[in-house]
Design a protein around this ligand. Structure first.
Ligand SMILES: *Cc1c(COP(=O)(O)O)cnc(C)c1O
Length: 406
């Protein structure tokens, strides 16, 4: 069985909910039960089959663990982006679970993909011909998704290529066409005019090709009002409890989306500095009065972004401890002056994403998006998988918006 190329962190820290691994300075706590609950909420909203997008090692959190939890929760369609991600994940999934590769296939990789039993999303006439050619040689129809570029100009068959397939549909005959798919450029802004024009284009494409089921929605489309219905939605970010259209998910049926991710770091040491002390690289921060500082074992190499220089914060309980100065590669410094004496010691944990600070807030402060924070989490950040009960007991990542554990 291939091992994950994403490194040692992919070794599961097991769902014991137990104490974090000794020696790690930072950890991300992944609540698999919340992910499955979010899957069910989104599925109810989508009113269609729902595929889980677990590309980029499951948004940085561990594709194998997340895909297996979702599979146990009833998900039968999984998406990755790079072909090798599929090769790694495929052996961990049940044979009946379908695994799609959004990039399609590199030239020459077709036989390996057919052997592995993955389903490519074909993005060009060249990919259609190569996959169809292999099907012909093997004497069996190979499964595929066709992606149409309806106006994002990123991936998918162009209008010209669609017209070509309409005139000469022969290559399609040897394929088992599962879905006609497209991706929306402005899903986070449901009122953007391009949404309508992309859907109109998609409808026109659909009429030119053999009848097929459709796949349109990502997380944002899924939670939009009056979202287009298709046969298979593809959600990623919403599974982790991030509201794909900030403010929107609260209105969802059941109890909305549950936070499924917490990030914490350890205090390495505490120090008292006098007025005038410079802190960190470039002395970007200079203490104006005596301060108590705490140095945390997380830096930009771990994915704690440099955009948080002098802007971010950690929390000790509900107490906000601001980042002072620049974030270094391995550490950052917070101001702990207001913490009661003796409450914080070396080795203690502070929350970076948790009940008092969401992924969205961290991303906003850093000038980026929650996706980027998650996928940037480095290999030194321990991945810890827990059930919701464990999270409630040990990590308290649930907030008021979260239903009580049941
Ligand atoms: C990443 C991706 C998705 C999932 O998007 P989310 O916003 O995370 O739900 C769906 N479809 C395609 C084609 C993607 O690349």
């Amino acid at each position: 069985m291939p091992t994950s190329p994403f490194g040692a962190h992919a070794a599961p820290l097991e769902a014991s909910g137990a104490a974090p691994v000794a020696g790690y300075g930072a950890e991300v706590v992944v609540d698999l039960a919340a992910i499955v609950a979010n899957y069910r909420t989104l599925k109810a909203v989508a009113r269609s089959a729902l595929g889980a997008v677990v590309k980029a090692d499951g948004y940085g959190l561990g594709a194998v663990e997340i895909a297996r939890a979702l599979q146990a929760g009833g998900c039968r369609d999984m998406f990755v982006a790079h072909p090798f991600e599929a090769t790694v994940l495929r052996p961990h999934l049940a044979p009946a679970t379908r695994l799609y590769v959004l990039h399609g296939l590199w030239p020459g990789l077709e036989a390996e993909a057919a052997e592995a039993g993955v389903i490519p999303v074909l993005n060009s006439l060249e990919q259609v011909r190569a996959w169809s050619g292999l099907a012909h040689r093997l004497g069996r129809r190979l499964p595929a998704v066709l992606q149409a570029d309806t106006g994002m100009s990123r991936l998918g068959l162009t209008a010209e290529e669609i017209a070509h397939l309409e005139r000469e549909p022969a290559p399609l005959a040897s394929l088992d066409l599962r879905y006609l798919m497209t991706h929306m450029a402005c899903a986070e802004t449901p009122e953007a005019p391009s949404n309508r024009s992309q859907l109109a284009c998609f409808e026109a494409v659909r009429r030119r090709l053999p009848p097929m089921r459709t796949s349109i929605a990502n997380s944002a489309v899924t939670v939009s009002d009056g979202a287009p219905r298709s046969d298979l939605a593809r959600v990623g970010i919403g599974l982790f409890g991030v509201d794909p259209i900030p403010g929107r998910a609260q209105g969802l049926p059941t109890e909305g989306l549950r936070p499924a991710v917490a990030i914490r770091a350890r205090v390495i040491q505490l120090r008292r500095v006098e007025a005038g002390a410079g802190v960190g690289y470039g002395h970007r921060y200079v203490a104006r009065a005596p301060r108590m500082l705490a140095t945390l074992a997380i830096g930009y190499a771990d994915g704690w972004p440099r955009g948080l220089d002098d802007r971010g914060a950690a929390y000790l309980g509900d107490q906000r401890l601001p980042v002072v100065g620049r974030v270094s590669m391995d550490s950052c410094v917070i101001d702990a002056t207001d913490v009661a004496p003796g409450r914080l010691k070396p080795g203690d944990w502070v929350d970076l994403v948790g009940p008092h600070q969401t992924l969205q807030q961290v991303a906003d402060a850093a000038g980026t998006i929650p996706y980027d924070i998650l996928v940037s989490l480095g290999r030194r950040v321990a991945r810890c998988y827990v059930s919701r009960r464990h999270v409630a007991d040990h990590y308290v990542i649930s907030s008021e918006a979260v239903a009580p554990a049941g």
